[in-house]
Every structure is written in C-alpha cells, then in structure tokens.
Ligand binder design. Structure first.
Ligand code: FPP
Ligand code: MG
Length: 302
C-alpha cells in the first residue's frame, strides 16, 4: 500500500489509527479476561480477535455513525459485535473441514494453536458474545434493541453469511456462473460489511433515507471488497497477505479472476467502488471517512 492515505484532505491513516485503538480497547473491555476460567477458551477467543485484523468493519461502522451525526461511543457496541462475528467466521472458515488454512493474519490459525475442538468453541463463543455486546447499544425508538438484534442475526444467519459459505463450499471444484458467484460474494462478505455500516447509522438514530444510502454504500463496498480479496489471492504473496496465497486456484475455488479474468475483475471492483461513492450523495460531504475508506479498500494490497 503506497505512502500516506489522504482523500480530499481527509487523513485516513490518522482516522484508522484512532479507530483501531478505540476498537481494540473496547473489545478488550467487552471480552472476559484471558485468565477467567476456563482460561483456554478466553485465550483462544482473544488470540484470534487480537491477531492483527485490519478492523475494516468496525471502522466502517464508526464512519457511518459519524456521517449520520452520531458518536463513536454509541457506535462502539455494534462495531465490536460485527468484528466478533467476522472473527468467528474466519476461525471456522480456516478449519480443516472448511478451507483448511494454517495461517491467518500472519499467524498460525486458531485450530493450529489450540486444537480443532477449542477453535470450534472459540468461534461459537465469539458468535454468541457478539449479541451480548450488541445488547449494550443504546437503542432509539426508531431502532429499538429487537431491531438491532434482527439486523445482526440476519446478516450472520443461513440466508446471508452462512448461505454464502454453504454455496462457496458446494461450488468448490465446479465451474459456476458469474451470477452464482455474485450470490456467494453478496452473502459471504457483503452482507456483514453492509450490516456494519447500517448498524453504525442506526446507532446514530439515522433517518430512513440515510439508512437506504448506507445500505446501498455497504452493499457495493462489500461486494468490491470480496472481488478485491479474490484478486489479491492471485496477485499477492503469502507474506503480504498473512495467509496462504494462491489457495483459491489450488482449491479450484470459483473466484472473479477465474471466471471473468484479472483485468475484468479489476474493472468490476472499480465500478462497484464508484457505485459506493455515488450512494453517499445524500450525505453531501459529511461522509468523508466513508469515502476515504472506500478508496482505501479499492487500493488495498493485503
Ligand atoms: C477477509 O476479511 C475475509 C473476507 C473477505 C470474508 C470471507 C468470508 C468468509 C470466510 C465466510 C466464512 C463464513 C462462515 C460461516 C464460516 P479482512 O481482509 O477484513 O480480514 P482481516 O480482519 O484479517 O483484516
Ligand atoms: Mg472460505
């Protein structure tokens, strides 16, 4: 990733450094200490949660709250809840029964360190704990707690995140259509990113119009994110990615580069990002953090 990131005078590096620090502190507070019995599970949960993830989903959640005139403090429970779900999904995705990966975020995967049984349980515990954290949100008459819970449960459930993972597993080794691949990407990646920005907006008691704009933004940024993830798997080294590169090809995974080629994939990511920018119009300049994040995600190299 080249140099310092500024978009229209907005200092993204500074924003991300502050957001990451605030999110890490909050996650540390929300999770049981590593010494609490049974210590193994709390160590495993914390091992993966603090393994050096980019914190993109929480950053998007905080940025969405900002765009709607809200505060980081009120966006922090949903931001952390989404990161817990994300981390659980990676722990389970890396298991031998799924993608069978030994490295993630530059470190041995959870099951490599703690064994499969504990890794499964660490994922389960993070998924469950996400809802306990979300319950600590403030809630508004327009967005009461049941609404927030449904929002996260749907994004993580069998119609979205799990649906994407199921079809991803079933598509392995098969030649699938571009529209089926889009179905997978919308669910396994875009849904949770979209949920992160929507919950950020809800934490700020956003208007229905702003919520629609965030949904549109989150959907396109999320889809672009997975297309770029596919591209990086073929163009980057394992060292850079912190996980095994070139795995999609070896596992005969359906990806954008394998179906439409690398050049076309880049064009698709670019045009999805443009659509995401366009979605921010109703914020009339108050969504600079979201804009900068979308630019950064398009240019990311890990
Ligand atoms: C990388 O995120 C992860 C993705 C692009 C999502 C992939 C989706 C799955 C593995 C679905 C798994 C679902 C289940 C139910 C097992 P990132 O680049 O933000 O990672 P980071 O947090 O390490 O930076
Ligand atoms: Mg996978």
């Amino acid at each position: 990733m080249p140099g310092h990131h500024t978009t229209n005078g907005f200092d993204l590096d500074e924003f991300l450094a502050r957001a990451t620090q605030a999110v890490n502190r909050a996650l540390d507070r929300f999770l049981p200490p590593a010494t609490v019995r049974p210590a193994t599970i709390h160590k495993a949960m914390r091992y993966s949660l603090f393994a050096g993830g980019k914190r993109m989903r929480p950053a998007l959640c905080l940025a969405a709250a900002e765009a709607c005139g809200g505060s980081w403090a009120e966006a922090m429970p949903p931001a952390c809840a989404v990161e817990c779900i994300h981390t659980y999904s990676l722990i389970h995705d890396d298991l031998p029964a799924m993608d069978n990966d030994d490295y993630r975020r530059g470190k041995p995967t959870c099951h490599k360190v703690f064994g499969e049984g504990i890794a499964i349980l660490a994922g389960d515990a993070l998924l469950t704990h996400a809802f306990e954290i979300l319950a600590q949100s403030r809630g508004w008459p327009r967005y009461p707690h049941p609404r927030l819970v449904v929002e996260l449960a749907r994004a993580a459930g069998s119609l979205q995140l799990i649906a994407g993972q199921v079809e991803d597993l079933e598509a392995e080794g098969k030649k699938i259509s571009a529209s089926r691949l889009q179905y997978i990407h919308e669910r396994k990646t875009s849904a949770l990113l979209c949920c992160a920005v929507r919950l950020g907006g809800m934490s700020a008691n956003c208007t229905p119009r702003h919520l629609r704009a965030l949904t549109n933004f989150g959907y396109h940024v999320g889809l672009a994110f997975q297309v770029i993830d596919d591209i990086l798997d073929v163009t980057q080294t394992s060292e850079k990615l912190g996980k095994t590169a070139g795995k999609d090809t070896r596992a005969k995974k359906a990806t954008y580069p394998s179906i439409v080629g690398l050049e076309k994939s880049r064009q698709i990511a670019e045009s999805l990002t443009q659509r995401a920018f366009a979605a921010l119009k109703p914020f009339r300049g108050r969504a600079r953090a979201l804009e900068a994040l979308a630019t950064f995600l398009l240019q990311r190299d890990r």
